[in-house]
Design a protein around this ligand. Structure first.
Ligand code: ADP
Ligand code: MG
Length: 208
């Protein structure tokens, strides 16, 4: 190896190190704590799911188009796995991402409201190119929570992409948010530039 080649190899390694450090930090910032990947998703287990549609989403153009991706289906069908994997993909591509279960997101907004910092909190959640909201429908939303979530969705509307996962159909959102008027207003924004992916299948957790 010549001296120049050695220096080039060292620089390449340094770049790779720096890149992996950047990704690690960004994953922590994004709250993508359990790392799931598309490579580790067994599409053959979920035949109702069109692999091509998921791989198309992994190209991340939906983020540039500021679309809302809905992943719907019963428990254990891979909604969280796929949303995390798409989040990891986006982080690798240098996009800013934030992942949160709906309950935590609403709690954070409610706390900010009590402390008089709701506007700042909404601005914080608007900074991310991709906001992933997991587990809509598992737990009832706290009173006033639907209203707070609406304010965030409205602030991000046509400005940033989202991935939402839910085990409940849209018709049940009135019940989920404890308020049919808020649910209608939410769905009006969240279905405008939207991709809806319905997974029908059995739970991977209960596979034999
Ligand atoms: P959901 O969010 O729809 O309830 P999860 O995405 O949390 O389901 O999936 C439950 C568990 O099963 C997770 O550990 C996930 O990684 C795994 N899993 C689900 N579907 C698949 C699949 N098709 N291939 C590989 N692992 C899967
Ligand atoms: Mg889940």
């Amino acid at each position: 190896m010549t001296a120049i080649e050695a220096i080039e190899a060292l620089l390449a390694e340094e770049l790779m190190l720096r890149e992996s450090r950047r990704i690690k930090t960004a994953l922590v910032m994004a709250r993508l704590s359990t790392i799931k990947t598309l490579a580790s998703f067994d599409f053959s287990f979920q035949p109702s799911l069109d692999k091509n549609r998921i791989m198309a989403l992994a190209e991340l153009e939906f983020i540039d188009r500021k679309e809302v991706v809905h992943l719907l289906g019963p428990p254990g069908t891979g909604k969280s796995h796929l949303s995390l994997a798409l989040g990891v993909q986006a982080v690798r591509a240098g996009r800013s991402v934030y992942f949160s279960p709906l309950t935590d997101l609403v709690s954070a907004l409610a706390k900010a409201e009590r402390e008089g910092t709701l506007r700042e909190k909404i601005r914080f959640f608007c900074r991310f190119a991709l906001l992933i909201v997991d587990e809509i429908g598992y737990l009832p939303v706290i009173p006033g929570g639907g209203n707070l979530f609406f304010q965030l969705v409205n602030a991000r509307y046509e400005r940033g992409a989202m991935i939402l996962t839910s085990n409940r159909g849209f018709a049940e959102w009135g019940e989920v948010f404890g308020d049919p008027v808020v649910a209608t207003a939410l769905l009006d924004r969240l279905l405008h530039h939207a991709v809806v992916i319905q997974i029908e299948g059995s739970s991977y957790r209960l596979r034999t």
